[in-house]
Design a protein around this ligand. Structure first.
Ligand SMILES: Cc1cc2nc3c(=O)[nH]c(=O)nc-3n(C[C@H](O)[C@H](O)[C@H](O)COP(=O)(O)OP(=O)(O)OC[C@H]3O[C@@H](n4cnc5c(N)ncnc54)[C@H](O)[C@@H]3O)c2cc1C
Length: 396
């Protein structure tokens, strides 16, 4: 066991940090206020090589699984809303890479990212108005008509939903089979029958787009089902016979594999708040001394530091399990997401407390980090759902 990052990993960390410091932090408040999508930052990231398929290919070569988490911590240290705009396409890419055929991966991954001159986005659309945590209750239907699939339904709260070129949409093929009757489909924005709906206004991560996606007689070729027709038919056949599939549905597996990648985003926000509060406490005077000399403030800072460190270690372990292809026997992916998400909320709240009134106003970035952190106990599985998954792994 070695806790030392390699030379290469340290270099990548420095590179991502410099980008976050120069290109993200200075515009974070502006995008938070306007809620516009940060296209200029995405373009700069694509030109720098931080956004695009190549960075994911490079990360795949790292057997420790830490390349992407190292990058993400720095980017989200810069701003979580902009960070999600830069890394949200990783989610549909994971579904494509995890469940799609090689042909599908080679054809569609480049279309999700575009080029540095003309970057594109991808979106992973599972959630519906009546089905968030309860993914078994999806109502979006995919019906086969000759050589085509026809999709109808409404997706909600979809990251990049407004602007994506490529959507991975989870829909029900056979409602009688519950979640085992679901499949994922690759849809291009120009296929017709798919369009973005309402763009949501949010508490935090406001630079990131969260929108409805509407499907109305969306017709796509039969081979756009993720993994291909043979795999789908074999899966449905097994489910109809009541045989165990021996594996989770595509959507659930994608969520489990991507949880450490989301956890590290929360670590980035929490670290930003810890660093800021620490520096502030050395400057702010109260009762004739810097507040850092008051025992209560020291206790807050110590607790924050312990939580950030523990969250990162748990996340690194889960990322290492994913990167080295090992199973998540104890639901370590869910553990990392639960711990880091709750840590981000706790640590940013403590940072607001340490700054006092200054923590509550927009002249300082701490109130924004507090707002940004809350989503990490909600999306990619709520804290309640993570606990359920962990308990299930313990009790099975
Ligand atoms: C900013 C943002 C971005 C998002 N991005 C995406 C995206 O890109 N793609 C996508 O598909 N979705 C996305 N989502 C949706 C997100 O994943 C869901 O909001 C989340 O899974 C929770 O579902 P829900 O909102 O329907 O809450 P509900 O499922 O209605 O949950 C409400 C409450 O009930 C609790 N609860 C529900 N079931 C149980 C249970 N069995 N046991 C205990 N407690 C339970 C929950 O924990 C929660 O506290 C996003 C959401 C937001 C806000």
């Amino acid at each position: 066991m070695d806790f030392q990052l390699s030379e290469e990993q340290l270099e990548i960390q420095k590179w991502a940090h410099e980008f976050a410091e120069k290109e993200i932090r200075p515009v974070a408040a502006e995008y938070d206020e306007s809620e516009e999508f940060p296209w200029p930052v995405l373009k700069k990231a694509a030109e720098a090589g931080l956004y695009g398929i190549d960075i994911y290919l490079q990360a795949q070569q790292d057997p420790t699984g830490l390349t992407l988490p190292i990058i993400a911590e720095e980017i989200f240290w810069g701003c979580a809303g902009i960070g999600l705009s830069l890394m949200g396409t990783g989610l549909p890419l994971s579904a494509l890479a995890g469940v799609g055929t090689q042909e599908q991966l080679f054809e569609w991954a480049p279309k999700m990212f575009g080029t540095p001159e003309d970057p594109k986005l991808g979106a992973f659309a599972v959630t519906e108005p009546q089905a968030g945590s309860d993914v078994r209750s999806l109502r979006t239907r995919a019906k086969r008509e000759g050589g085509e699939w026809v999709l109808n339904g409404q997706k909600t709260y979809i990251t990049n939903g407004q602007y994506a070129d490529v959507y991975i949409v989870v829909a029900t093929v056979d409602p009688e089979l519950g979640h085992r009757g679901q499949a994922s489909f690759i849809i291009h924005k120009d296929d017709g029958g798919i369009k973005p709906g309402k763009k949501e206004k949010k508490l935090g991560i406001r630079a990131s787009d969260t929108s409805e996606v509407l499907l109305e007689d969306c017709r796509i070729p039969i081979d756009r089902v993720l993994g291909g027709m043979d795999k789908l038919e074999a899966k449905l056949e097994k489910a109809r016979k009541g045989e165990s599939s021996g594996r989770q549905s595509a959507a659930l597996r994608t969520f489990e594999m991507t949880r450490p990648a989301v956890a590290i985003q929360a670590v980035g926000i929490a670290r930003a708040a810890l660093e800021f509060a620490t520096e502030y406490s050395k400057e702010r005077q109260a009762f004739g001394v810097p507040i850092s000399q008051h025992q209560s403030i020291q206790n807050h800072l110590a607790d924050m530091a312990v939580e950030v460190e523990a969250s990162r270690l748990l996340t690194y372990k889960a990322a290492w399990l994913a990167g080295s292809g090992q199973p998540f026997n104890k639901a370590e992916g869910s553990m990392s997401k639960l711990k880091a998400g709750e840590t981000a909320v706790k640590v940013t709240e403590m940072a607001v407390q340490i700054l006092g009134g200054a923590g509550y106003i927009k002249d300082f970035p701490v109130e924004k980090w507090y707002r940004d952190s809350k989503i990490y106990t909600i999306f990619e599985g709520t804290s309640e759902i993570q606990r359920m998954v962990i308990a299930r792994a313990l009790l099975s």
